[in-house]
Design a protein around this ligand. Structure first.
Ligand SMILES: Nc1ncnc2c1ncn2[C@@H]1O[C@H](COP(=O)(O)OP(=O)(O)OP(=O)(O)O)[C@@H](O)[C@H]1O
Ligand SMILES: [Mg+2]
Length: 480
């Protein structure tokens, strides 16, 4: 089974899903995806094929805000049905430069359309050059930190490129490397990868990066961070020097920016807002609570919005699993996603959540970056992240594309340091919405807080609450 993501049925040829034996595409390898869905083949589509192919391959004669910025009409025509009518600020600022061939560092808040900001002009350039990839090569490479984000980017690229001859392929861990090796035999226009699996494929001689003229690092600051930098350095060495490199993120700590420069040549730097800020429409709050009371408090918050989607971020895989079991016991529709789950379980958890079948997703930072589920209305930082920038990414899973959302951080006495680091990174204070401000936090806030602004706190007379035994379900959510 390949993990090539299905695309809208561009050519009119049948797409296959599940374990059914697919028929190949004119001698090419069959395309199908995981899951148990039924094949979508039907004979009527076969008969319509030549006509549809002709219509869809023609260059549409359209004039849109995107074509005026230089986006190929064959790509621009796919945007309105996706709800993308006019460019967002990051798209407006970065697309013309990328179309012109410049390297670019693009910084904009979460949920503001960075994927299209690099995807649309990159596809435009690929279409303009318009040649076929050689075996094992890719013409463009997009690197992302997690499998789920790589999958989502692949789906976006498919949607933007629908009706064109551009083909993408996604290579991530947790899927068969042999299938990925076989698929790469043909070469691909756009390869979307997590760095670890890409290195594995390169070592097997299955991928050749010598023809790759476009490199995108999504979530660039994380890709330059310690967990990925070694893989990235190895990959970068194999790419031609003469390439276009695009780096995008919502956060870019100073140190990372210096590192980023070494991957770029005479780059344009586009920052829509001062980098590191949370998305504008997130209603944030911090609730001070002891560690032992967190689960009960979470259940109280969740119980108020049972029909709305919420993501709960925990720090450890084990902690997330335990919490998700507890919430399930208390009657919530919950799934969890973290590194101890199989790839199948991870995919099912995310797709069930996307579909609204489960309302609560308990996750480690594996779901902190890039994941776009517009219906997510609430974020709970059950544990505060120890990488401060990840707070902005975690809460950025809500309030996407102009919507609003709420984010509550649970801060235990031992997490004051993390809270301080987060507020310092964001250069703003998070309003206190509940609990008693521990003495340590009140001192920081009285001094003007990490952001140097007077805090809105109720610090007077604050004291630590004694720790209570682990959580019981609050009355409102107790079930028999
Ligand atoms: N110009 C646009 N108009 C309306 N919606 C848009 C536009 N561009 C993108 N979107 C939508 O906005 C949502 C967020 O886009 P995207 O995932 O690219 O954000 P992002 O900036 O990469 O966020 P993050 O920092 O969390 O990765 C998507 O659902 C996308 O379809
Ligand atoms: Mg993104």
């Amino acid at each position: 089974m390949t993990n090539e993501t299905p695309r809208p049925n561009r050519s009119g040829k049948p797409r296959f899903q599940g374990d059914h034996k697919p028929r190949g595409e004119q001698g090419a390898k069959p395309q199908f995806r995981g899951g148990n869905a039924k094949p979508t083949t039907n004979h009527r589509r076969h008969r319509e094929e030549p006509e549809e192919k002709f219509i869809r391959r023609a260059i549409p004669d359209i004039d849109t805000p995107f074509t005026r910025m230089g986006i190929d009409a064959r790509v621009a025509v796919n945007l309105p049905p996706m709800g993308i009518e006019a460019p967002s600020p990051i798209q407006e600022k970065s697309i013309p430069g990328i179309v012109a061939g410049r390297d670019l560092l693009g910084l904009a808040q979460t949920g503001t359309g960075k994927t299209a900001a690099f995807g649309l002009p990159m596809l435009t350039r690929l279409l303009n050059i318009g040649r076929k990839p050689e075996p094992k090569t890719c013409r463009a490479l997009i690197l992302a930190p997690t499998r789920e984000l790589a999958t989502q980017i692949a789906e976006n690229i498919d949607a933007y490129a629908a009706g064109t001859a551009i083909r993408q392929f996604r290579v991530v861990g947790g899927a068969s490397i042999n299938v990925q090796t076989m698929r790469m035999e043909r070469g691909v226009d756009v390869l979307i990868a997590t760095p670890g699996r890409l290195i594995d494929l390169i070592e097997r001689g299955a991928v050749d990066l010598s023809q790759t003229k476009y490199l995108v690092l999504d979530e660039a600051d994380q890709m330059l961070d310690i967990g990925f930098i070694h893989a990235l350095r190895r990959i970068a060495k194999m790419l031609p020097r003469d390439r276009q490199t695009l780096l995008f993120s919502a956060t870019m700590p100073k140190l990372m920016e210096e590192l980023a420069e070494s991957y770029l040549s005479d780059p344009l730097k586009v920052a829509v807002n001062p980098p590191g800020q949370a998305a504008a429409k997130i209603d944030q709050g911090v609730h001070f609570v002891t560690q032992g009371d967190k689960a009960t408090l979470l259940a109280e918050y969740l119980g108020k919005h049972r029909d709305e989607l919420a993501i709960v971020f925990g720090r450890t895989k084990h902690g997330c699993e335990k919490l998700s079991k507890l919430l399930e016991k208390w009657g919530f529709k919950v799934a969890s996603i973290h590194g101890n789950k199989s790839q199948g379980q991870r995919e099912r958890a995310l797709s069930g959540f996307r579909a609204g079948e489960t309302k609560v997703l308990v996750a480690t930072d594996v779901a902190a970056r890039g994941i776009d589920i517009p219906e997510v209305a609430h974020i709970y930082n059950y544990d505060l992240p120890n990488v401060p920038e990840n707070y902005v990414h975690r809460i950025g899973r809500t309030a996407r594309a102009g919507r609003d959302g709420r984010a509550i951080a649970f801060c235990a006495p031992a997490e004051i340091g993390e809270l301080r680091a987060i507020e310092k990174a964001m250069k703003s204070q998070i309003p206190v919405v509940g609990g008693e401000v521990p003495f340590e936090a009140s001192k920081i806030r009285e001094r003007g807080g990490p952001a140097g602004r007077p805090g809105n706190n109720n610090a007077q007379g604050a004291r630590k609450r004694p720790a209570r035994r682990p959580s019981r379900a609050p009355k409102s959510v107790q079930r028999d």
